[in-house]
Design a protein around this ligand. Structure first.
Ligand code: 5GP
Length: 191
């Protein structure tokens, strides 16, 4: 997606060979125009999948997921990373190892919001090792619903996440794919 690649080129900061900082338009300040276009793009890519729900993870997945939900006209659920006082039982849980925080966390979704028969689209901001997407897929499968696709804003193709998800048979669509972050430079993967 050209708009996203242009934004990464203009504002992305390479923190290391493995980490890209995009705080000015995704992870801290958010760009609503970009998010709207991302929602439209995901709706095009997954429009034929009879999606009934979108599942993301707090907090940076929420903005693109809500825009995709608006386009596809379906509810958007976000998995919680922290225990909530009001979310106490009837939970689906999966353990996710965080690439950025280097620790494992349980993510939770209330059983109320995913039913058997749902066709769920997973959306997240980054794909690195695939742990967040796999945790979300595990929750959908616990609910006996179907993972209908995985939509990613920024895939770091030099890390194993995309290959792992594809080898499990998931339909993955990444709007920007990064081949490398070496020498403080973002190089996009060519199709
Ligand atoms: P994975 O679970 O695929 O290993 O990592 C994806 C998660 O880690 C995303 O939800 C995102 O929050 C975070 N993440 C992974 N790589 C990066 C990165 O280069 N930059 C930022 N800002 N977040 C990342």
């Amino acid at each position: 997606m050209k708009l996203l690649e242009d934004k990464i080129k203009a504002e992305g900061i390479v923190l290391s060979d493995h980490v890209l900082k995009v705080d000015s338009f995704i992870n801290h300040q958010m760009d609503p125009i970009l998010m709207k276009e991302i929602g439209i793009e995901f709706a095009k890519l997954f429009g034929d999948k009879q999606i009934t729900k979108i599942l993301t993870i707090e907090s940076s997945g929420i903005a693109p997921a809500i825009m995709a939900g608006l386009e596809l006209n379906v509810p958007v659920i976000f998995a919680r990373k922290r225990k909530s006082l009001t979310l106490i039982d009837n939970l689906y849980t999966a353990t996710v190892y965080s690439f950025t925080k280097k620790e494992s966390n349980d993510i939770t979704v209330s059983k109320q919001y995913i039913q058997p028969g749902d066709h769920v689209l997973i959306i997240d901001d980054f794909l690195a090792n695939g742990q967040a997407a796999l945790g979300l897929a595990e929750i959908i499968e616990q609910a006996k619903a179907t993972v209908s696709g995985i939509g990613i804003l920024i895939e770091k193709s030099f890390q194993p996440g995309a290959t792992t998800l594809l080898s499990k048979g998931y339909h993955v669509e990444s709007l920007a794919r990064i081949a490398s972050l070496t020498d403080s430079k973002v190089t996009f993967k060519q199709d």
